[in-house]
Design a protein around this ligand. Structure first.
Ligand SMILES: NC(=O)c1ccc[n+]([C@@H]2O[C@H](COP(=O)([O-])OP(=O)(O)OC[C@H]3O[C@@H](n4cnc5c(N)ncnc54)[C@H](OP(=O)(O)O)[C@@H]3O)[C@@H](O)[C@H]2O)c1
Length: 353
């Protein structure tokens, strides 16, 4: 029988932790060793995720302390962290320090923003608090998996959902030198992007049947997108990023526009994207505009492009909780564990969500 690696999920009752749990329970090479909750240790996991009750039975949350102790017991484990930013840096620093003292070497993928910036000063400027574990940053690479074949570090930071959708569309344009560096992004997210706790502006009555922009040109993910695009494409882009709240639960639709630096028609633009993502199992480049329902609840990203005169538009759709969080994180974890990156992730979208 093939050995399974123990998996430890942090971020307990959150939406992303729920998706991590769903994917880990169906993963052929991982075995759930712990799911930890800060607020509900000892409580049944099925109370937080009734849709997973058939798969998780009477599984209960461990405390964060018990989760750290679990990593100390295993020489190698897979830690998938979905705690809030501003929490994750100290939590993972403590976990890694104690695991190392016990002779354990967990592989970590963090889905929060805490290890995305290479520069702790940039993190402090954007997130308005100092980084809690600056010496750990160099142990994390941050990239969309399709833009970095192998992480040169023991751990990975997931770039996040808006960034995944935007980077998948824009990095080929920069890397192939097809555009001027000013890039305009309009991206619409579903309500699960705001997490489990409803606040004014993000909960159902406010978002239902409505569409509105927020934090135009001032969103915290814009500097992350710019830094990650520069690293992935080897060329800087200036991103004018306008996020929108969409009246649906899951998914991100990003519209990326730029001025062409060379003549390209629509067919050539689509061919350029196809060439760039050839051999990438989770990216499909379509002839027609992509639709959210074709990717929601899956790890697939769909792209398409239109070019006319001096303008190119690239359209990109992903599921924010899977490709944009839990699935993208598992794709990286598969690689860190030496598995095929697609392991446990190839289920297509259900379609009629
Ligand atoms: N939602 C998305 O589409 C998305 C996409 C990409 C990245 N992310 C990132 O993924 C992370 C989780 O997002 P989410 O949407 O799942 O958020 P969420 O629904 O608000 O859940 C976050 C969970 O973190 C736990 N938590 C809170 N305070 C904690 C603490 N002090 N120590 C440890 N755990 C604590 C809480 O669960 P317990 O009290 O049960 O531990 C909470 O339910 C965030 O960093 C977010 O930015 C989210």
């Amino acid at each position: 029988m093939t050995a399974r690696t123990p998996a430890i999920i942090l971020g307990g009752t959150g939406y992303v932790a729920g998706e991590l749990l769903r994917l880990v329970l169906g993963h052929p090479r991982l075995e759930l060793a712990a799911i930890a909750s800060d607020s509900q240790p000892g409580e049944p996991v099925a109370d937080a995720f009734p849709h997973l009750a058939a798969a998780c039975g009477d599984l209960r949350y461990l405390s964060l302390e018990q989760a750290i102790e679990t990593t100390m017991k295993h020489e190698r484990s897979a830690v998938l962290a979905a705690a809030p930013h501003g929490v994750s840096h100290k939590l993972l620093d403590s976990l890694l320090t104690r695991a190392a003292a016990a002779g354990a070497k967990p592989a970590v993928v963090d889905i929060s923003a805490d290890f995305r910036f290479a520069d702790p000063g940039e993190y402090a400027r954007v997130y308005r608090h100092p980084h809690g574990a600056p010496s750990r940053i160099r142990e994390f690479s941050c990239a969309v998996p399709e833009h970095l074949d192998r992480a040169p570090t023991p751990h990975v930071a997931h770039p996040g959902c808006f960034s995944t959708a935007t980077l998948l569309a824009s990095v080929p344009l920069l890397a192939l030198d097809l555009i001027e560096p000013q890039i305009f992004v309009s991206a619409v997210t579903g309500s699960t992007g705001a997490g489990r706790n409803p606040i004014a502006g993000t909960h159902h009555p406010q978002r239902h049947s409505d569409l509105y922009a927020y934090s135009a040109l001032a969103h915290r993910h814009a500097p992350e997108i710019a830094a990650l695009a520069r690293a992935a494409a080897g060329r800087a882009g200036h991103f004018a990023f306008v996020p929108h709240s969409g009246p649906f639960a899951r998914g991100i639709h990003a519209t990326v526009q730029a001025r062409l630096s060379k003549h390209l028609d629509t067919g050539a633009a689509i061919a350029a994207l196809r060439g760039f993502y050839a051999g990438r199992p989770f990216v499909r480049v379509l002839d027609e505009p992509p639709r959210l329902k074709d990717v929601v609840a899956s790890n697939y990203a769909h792209l398409s492009a239109v070019a006319d005169g001096d303008t190119i538009v690239v359209l990109s759709v992903v599921d924010n909780l899977v490709k944009g969080a839990a699935g993208g994180a598992l794709q990286w974890m598969n690689r860190l564990l030496g598995l095929d990156e697609t392991t446990g992730l190839t289920t297509p979208a259900p379609g009629w969500t």
